[in-house]
Ligand binder design. Sequence first.
Ligand code: GTP
Ligand code: MG
Length: 327
Amino acid sequence: MTRPIPTHLIVGFLGAGKTTAILDLLQHKPEGEIWAVLVNEFGEVGIDGALLRARGAMVREVPGGCMCCVAGLPMQMGLNMLIQQAQPDRLLIEPTGLGHPEQIMRILRGEFYTDLLSVESTFCLVDPRRLDDSRVLKDVQFQDQAAIADVLVANKIDLCSDSQLANFDLWAKGFQPPKARIAHTRNGALDPAWLQLPSTPRSLQFPTAHHHHGHGAESAVAQTETATEAEWWYRENAGDGHFSIGWQMGPEICFKRSPLMGVVMDARFARVKGVVRTADGWLAINAVGGDAASERIDPQPEGRLEIISRLELDAGQLDQRLLAMLE
Ligand SMILES: Nc1nc2c(ncn2[C@@H]2O[C@H](COP(=O)(O)OP(=O)(O)OP(=O)(O)O)[C@@H](O)[C@H]2O)c(=O)[nH]1
Ligand SMILES: [Mg+2]
């Protein structure tokens, strides 16, 4: 029988830098090994999978809300297929930033996966600026993600002050049992040696607060009535205090770049990301609360765009706004 696959959860709040960290870790993969990634996104239309795949990773996506909230079935199906197809030497799992990682951990440590997987060090990335917000410290997902991690990492330290970093350290040292490692980094750079740190089962900050939400069931499929009908559709999702709309579009659909960036940089949206074709070529776009980045990528089989907001979104209006930006 083969050795159980070392498996790591990479958790953290919406936009903390999880996918960036996974991309960086993949750069350190020993030659000849296969590392596979399971990525779960809040939105109905996954973007991270496309970004990871564009960089050559073996990826499987579980879109449409926290993967534990649908009785674990989509997660287990995705995971089983990934293990079967990739036969990886190491597995990296990115749950949604709005998810409940302890349930995912329970599934991974459960009987079914005993011989298949070996859960090893778990990482949580935190943007230290978030700790300034008292709502964040009361946020169940945010606290529980940090609580279950073995390695707690302040990411985006280029964007925070010394006092915000000191505040992070103080908070990070308050967890019991203590973290195997507390670290600071930027652009998600994790030391691959941390993959070998011990993994300790850890209890939650809010053990009774978890409850399941009806993701997916609330989602609606809407189609526009334009000439490009078959090539353009969107889906909505809601849960965990957030709303999302995800668009999927044919590869020939092309945006005018600057009005599109106006949407991407709109600070009212908690998160905007996508792989889209523009008049300047294909772009990967990525924004957290208006902090936007875009980079050129190779042509994709289709365009995807996802908007996540704390406030309810008017899907029809946003859809019309986007349609007006097409070339
Ligand atoms: N300035 C700065 N930007 C960063 C850093 N790390 C990541 N980013 C950017 O932050 C944005 C979000 O990063 P992701 O890696 O997509 O975050 P995520 O946690 O996977 O996001 P979700 O999956 O949507 O929850 C991207 O535009 C990254 O390029 C950093 O250290 N400094
Ligand atoms: Mg991500």
